[in-house]
Design a protein around this ligand. Structure first.
Ligand code: TYD
Length: 144
């Protein structure tokens, strides 16, 4: 599958006024395609840290740097791309089975992650060779 079909940059609407900004993310197809079942956020990771380094067999994600900036490298085994998350209205949607690395966190980075599933360590692939092997198997099945 083409990488361009496996991620999407979404610009959320700002409902703010003179009192400040307000950004809303509703699930179930309103602003993002999935039902939000889990929320977590990452902060205090400095510029030298590499996070992620995994793919998820099932989970869809939406990443927003609600404060500060970070970079995400997305990879589908054939193509890869670096996306900088650098504004609170910018969301990065990721399909399942996309390998992701998050890095280059600014000191004020707060990376908010919305997920379509509850945490299940068994659906994480944390070994890149295993990820490539699983992709090959999936593609083999798709051609049967
Ligand atoms: P990890 O997947 O390494 O974080 P990241 O993707 O940001 O690099 O998660 C760190 C630890 O936290 C690991 O032991 C699994 C646990 N964890 C949960 O229990 N629930 C969660 O939703 C997440 C994201 C992690």
């Amino acid at each position: 599958m083409k990488l361009e079909k496996q991620y999407k940059i979404i610009e959320f609407v700002d409902l703010g006024d003179e009192r400040g900004n307000l950004v809303v993310i509703e699930g179930d197809g309103t602003d993002i395609p999935f039902t939000i079942r889990r929320v977590f956020y990452i902060y205090g990771s400095d510029a030298k840290v590499m996070r992620g380094q995994h793919a998820n067999r099932e989970t869809e994600f939406l990443l927003v740097n609600v404060s500060g900036t970070s970079k995400v490298r997305v990879d589908n085994g054939r193509e890869s791309l670096v996306i900088e998350l650098n504004r609170p209205r910018m969301g990065l949607y990721l399909s399942p089975m996309v390998w992701k690395d998050m890095y280059d966190f600014s000191p004020d980075s707060v990376l908010l992650v919305l997920a379509s599933r509850h945490y299940d360590g068994a659906e994480y692939i944390r070994d890149y060779q295993e990820y490539l092997t699983e992709l090959e198997k999936m593609e083999g099945r798709a051609h049967e």
